[in-house]
Each structure stands twice: as structure tokens, then as C-alpha cells.
Write a protein that binds this ligand. Sequence first.
Ligand code: UGA
Length: 428
Amino acid sequence: MIGTGYVGLVSGVCFADLGNEVICVDKDVDKISKLKRGIIPIYEPGLSELVKKNYKAKRLSFTTSISDAVQKSNIIFLCVGTPTKKNTNAADLSQIFNAAKEVSRNIKSSKIIINKSTVPVTTGDQIEKIISKKAKKKYFSVVSNPEFLREGEAIRDFTFPDRVIIGTSNKKSNRILKSLYSPLISKGAKYINTSRRGAELIKYASNAFLATKISFINEIANLCEKTDVNVEDVSIGMGLDKRIGGRFLRAGPAYGGSCFPKDTRAIVDTGSKFKTDLSIIKSVIRSNENRSKLLLLKVSKILKNKIKNKKICFLGVTFKANTDDMRESSSLTMIPSLSKKGALIKYYDPTGYKNEFSKNKNVFNCTTIEEACFDADLIIIHTEWNDFKSLNYKKLSKKKNFIIYDMRNILPYDKIKKDKIKYFGIGK
Ligand code: UGA
């Protein structure tokens, strides 16, 4: 596994747990030395235990030597980052091309090179070209095998995927991969063999579609707020139609994370390179960018346009629950904006202090929920951590007329109403 980010580390550990011998490679010396000592660079439930177990069983090893790892392996997964290229919408493929170059120098026997990183359609063709400069074509095949795991649910998603997508026309590679994935297929995962380009596009189209679903329900939530309808009823009513499906219809703040924002931008960029206007995805991106501004306007309205010196508490700041990831979290737009308007902000996140707010005026990290909520005028539930679902907010705030803005609709509406707490949710 080349790259020990989210996809590389989780897939590597899970493959090891299925009984394979896995070598995880990363250039980052510090990261590798920490992993060898059982220190995990990311917060992901269950990952630490699985790393320790498989490292101890000697099925999992860590190294900084790509040449050593490639020579010892039959199957090589490229799992490096493909972030947005600076000042563009395009995916930056430099890490993947560099990894391909390094792999190519070490191919001395038959290898399957599998790209698991999220890459624009036709990248596999370019990887093949790079590798064929140094290695004989009969020694390798380049396959696309996109990963669909979510942060916070990564191990479960890897182990019980809906589908395994293998993009290759090479029959031998397909056979070997089917056998590698057979423990997951036997538990119900559908195995799909398609073209390499097809597999690459399936990944982007899936993320863009899920982002579209979220933005769609977020806009319906806006309409619900004006028409006194509960968006959760709409989600249930829509989702029960099997053609639509109920998942990813949870209205909330702008979607964030390391994937949807970057991948929607990248597929639009690919579209324009191939002279195809992806107008729906473009409008999803716009809708999502407007979402944080819209929720900020609502905060202002809730506080009767008096934000200066108001005590605001943020519960959760990560882009979703069960992760410490702050990438493209809507809190990164909301907190600085409210701080600029003179609000006094305290935040609590189960994953602790966030450096991202260190330069914002009057923004303080709290180490307990009690400390964060105490004396707050407004409590904003920003991330849907379980920790926030059953609290006695009246007891926590102490302030008589405090308000809750539940941006994830996680609190029991009836109980909140009964307790006469001034409450705002999303789309209700
Ligand atoms: C996403 C996809 O769900 C994975 O299938 C994919 O493998 C991954 O990107 C990737 O490309 O690597 P992830 O970004 O980890 O996974 O997290 P999601 O659970 O999809 O959440 C993304 C954003 O959508 C979050 O901000 C979340 O709060 C938001 N969301 C999700 C909603 O607002 N409503 C929903 O109903 C679902």
C-alpha cells in the first residue's frame, strides 16, 4: 500500500486482517516510526486496535522504502492524495505520478498496480504510460479500484462494502483481484468488473451524486422552514421510494470533508477538459457554498441581529462525527465570521483543540461540554456526535433565555418543546 492516509492505512490494515501480508509505505519518516510504535495519525474508531493486532501477528509492516516494498509485493495499491491543485478546480496528480515513477523503477517481476486514489477519468492511461517507460509491458497491468469508505465508518465500510469495482480488461488481474476480495464478496458485496476508465468515473459520479442528494435536501429544508413542514418527514417520505433511497437525505450544514467538495470541483474540471458542461454538479457546488452564508444569516436572525458580545457555544466543529478531520468543515466559515462580528465563542469537540481557530479573536476551546455551554446565549450543535444527543441543556446553560440551534436535527423535538427551550432546527 503506497500512502498511509485514510484510504491506504485503512485498506492496508483491513487486507491484513483478512489474512494477507501487507506492507504500508509512506515517505513521512515520522508517521512510519509512529505507526511502528502503534501511534495512529488519524482518529478513526477501531483502527488503532486493528493496527496493533495485525502488526503483532506480523501480517502488517511499515516502511519508508518504496523499492523494498514493491519488490516484495505482487499487488501494489497506489493510495496517495489527490487534493485540489492550487488556484484551480483540477485534481493535483503529482503525488500519484511520482508514486508511479518510483514503482516503475522497481518492477523486476510480474506486478498488478492498482490505483485506489480518487483520480479523473483517463489517469490510469497516464499511469500506464509512465510505468511503461521503465518496465516491460508483460510485467505489469494497471487497474482502477476506487474506494468508497467514509471517515468515521471506515473499517465497517471497507469490510462490508455495497460493491467492489475493478476497472481492468486484463483477465488475469481480474481473477487475482476477485480472489483478494473474495472474503468480502462472500459476505454480500457485489463484484463488478468494468473498464478502467469506467471505474474511475464511477467513483467521481458516486461522490457527485451523493453531494447532489445532500444539497437537494438542504434546499428542500429551506422551503420547509418557510412553509411549516418538517424536512425529516419529507426525507422519510421520499426515501421510502426505492428509486430514491433514504440515505444521504439528512439536511444540515454545508457538506464538507476531504472528498465531496474537492471531487465535485474536479469532475466539473474534467467535464470542461472534455468539453462537457456538468451544469447540475456546478449548481450543487454553488448551492453548498451558499449554505454556510445562509445558516449564518439564520444565526443572525435568531439573535435579532445583535451578535456583538453574544456568547455562542459550538458543540462539535469537525465536518462530521467520529472523525477529527476539519477539512472543509462549515465551522471554518461560521466561527471566523461570527468572531469578526464580535461574538464571544466557546467550542467543544470530542477530538479536542483545533489549531484552525487559533488566530480568531475571542474563540476559545473548552475541554468539557459543561464549560462550553455554561452561560451561553446560543448553543449551536454543529456536528452530530452522540455525546450531544441526550444532554440536559437547561442545566448546562444556566442562562434563562438561552437558545439552541440544532444544525443536525439530533435533539428530540417533542422533549425540547415540552421543556420550553427556545429551539431552532434545520428545515422545521
Ligand atoms: C465520502 C463518501 O460518502 C464515501 O463513499 C467516499 O469513499 C469518500 O467520501 C471518499 O471519496 O473518500 P466522507 O467524506 O468520509 O465520505 O463522509 P460522508 O459521510 O460522506 O459525509 C460527507 C459530508 O456530507 C459531511 O459533511 C456530512 O455531514 C454530510 N452529509 C452526509 C450530510 O449533510 N447529510 C447526509 O445525509 C449525509
